[in-house]
Design a protein around this ligand. Structure first.
Ligand SMILES: *Cc1c(COP(=O)(O)O)cnc(C)c1O
Length: 431
């Protein structure tokens, strides 16, 4: 189509040079039967593609852009350190500043280590937990995604779920035999597994708000049970807050639900849109990390001044009084508009929301775990996605990802989104 001509040409070029034409699978939009548009630039909640088409963006670079794109404070912070050089592989003052802000925000953290991605953060947290406990076994939950490290690519959400594959070729059986994946929010199954084999479990890792099977809120009692059982068995409880951290509350899901893990992983928002991951937690566990302890973990570009400056600027903006209250209002407005649109359409769908994370599933039943999420009518999701996209609403191109509302979304954006959804759902209801 003429409207997407430049993007189509670019995608053809990209496919010759990069597998699938993209540097992260879900971007290819295969599950919704479309091709990606190439982004030229973005500002606030608005994306502009290579052909000049404009979109209201609900992907937010998959989570980091809680302030919207190209926020002046973040851009200015990056510019102000740029002249110092971009990386030294030696300590800089900005690392202390960001570490201090993160530790202040999240009470369960005594120490943190900066890495370059969420994948690195969870992978390192697992390694440290295994060293600390002297055990191998890892418990995770179906539909949770913790990055693409071998150990954690079992019944994973996000792109793995989108592509409909159970795990991944290239991951040796010898490695994943130590990983046990259990149903999310299932207190009984978890408790009985821990009673049987808890003393072999090095770590239990969870997304305390699940955002990689669509949005699935935790049963608060489930999170409390994770804490109780791991305390009993001496297993490390890891909250993967790469998505939920600084998103559902400044102190993350652990602040929202009042459950303190031993270790946490962060990413996305904490880098202000630059590549940053963080793992941290109790001092005696973190002291395992080299050079303080024997567990090797390193990074050439870790803690570089550009990324640190962007993170500091982003956190400075979002910790201002009233920030999360306003975000909550905007997201609640979108939620109630969508619920209305569903009701008036005759389409069976449910909306899940925690703060500014939201998911619409095309099923009539509640969605509390991965099996229930998979009941969503994916053909209907694809049709909905395409209809919204054609009208300038840029949603994540997968049922198993979440809609992110940012502080840059204004009432007019939300209103336009709701009226477009209303029309889209009504058409689906009549089809
Ligand atoms: C995005 C995400 C990751 C992986 O982070 P990357 O920076 O993409 O490596 C890990 N865990 C969760 C919960 C995520 O949402």
């Amino acid at each position: 189509m003429e409207k997407y001509k430049k993007s189509q040409d670019l995608f053809e070029q990209a496919k010759r040079l990069i597998p699938g034409g993209v540097n992260s699978p879900v971007r290819a939009c295969r599950s919704v039967g479309t091709e990606p548009v190439f982004i030229e630039q973005a500002k606030g909640a608005t994306l502009v593609d290579a052909d000049g088409n404009q979109y209201i963006d609900y992907v937010g670079s998959w989570g980091p852009m809680i302030l919207g794109h190209a926020h002046p404070a973040v851009i200015e912070a990056i510019q102000s350190v740029l002249h110092r050089g971009t990386s030294f592989g030696a300590p800089v003052d900005l690392e202390i500043q960001l570490a201090e802000m993160i530790i202040e925000a999240v009470p369960s953290l005594d120490m943190v280590r900066m890495v370059n991605s969420g994948t690195e953060a969870t992978m390192s947290a697992i390694r440290v937990s295994r060293a600390y406990t002297g055990r191998h076994r890892i418990v995770k939950f179906d539909g949770c995604y913790h990055g693409h490290a071998d150990t954690l690519l079992v019944a994973a959400g996000s792109g793995v779920a989108t592509l409909g594959i159970p795990g991944s070729p290239g991951v040796p059986e010898d490695i994943i035999k130590h990983t046990l994946s259990l149903p999310y929010n299932d207190i009984e199954t978890f408790a009985s597994v821990m009673q049987e084999q808890g003393d072999e479990v090095a770590a239990v890792i969870v997304e305390p708000v699940a955002g990689n099977m669509g949005l699935v809120p935790p049963d608060p009692e489930f999170l409390r049970e994770l804490r109780r059982q791991t305390e009993k068995t001496g297993s490390v409880l890891i909250f993967d807050e790469v998505m939920s951290g600084f998103r559902v509350a400044y102190g993350g899901a652990q602040a929202l639900y009042g459950v303190e893990p031993d270790l946490s992983a962060f990413g996305k928002i904490v880098g202000g849109g630059l590549p940053v991951g963080v793992y941290g937690g109790k001092k005696d566990i973190m002291a395992q990390t080299a050079p303080e302890g024997p567990v090797y973990q390193a990074g050439t570009l870790a803690g570089n001044p550009l990324a640190m400056a962007a993170g500091i600027a982003a956190l400075t903006e979002i910790r201002r009084p009233g920030f999360y209250e306003r975000l909550e209002e905007t997201a609640a407005r979108l939620e109630s508009g969508l619920l209305n649109a569903v009701r008036n359409s005759g389409v069976e769908a449910v909306v899940n929301r925690v703060g500014s994370m939201l998911g619409l599933f095309f099923t009539k039943d509640p969605v509390r775990n991965f099996d229930e999420a998979k009941k969503s009518n994916l053909d209907m999701f694809s049709a909905y996605y395409r209809r919204m996209f054609e009208s300038g609403i840029y949603l994540p191109p997968s049922q198993f990802e979440v809609v992110f509302v940012s502080a840059a979304h204004v009432d007019a954006d939300i209103d336009k989104t709701i009226s477009t959804a209303q029309a889209a759902l009504r058409e689906l209801g009549q089809a």
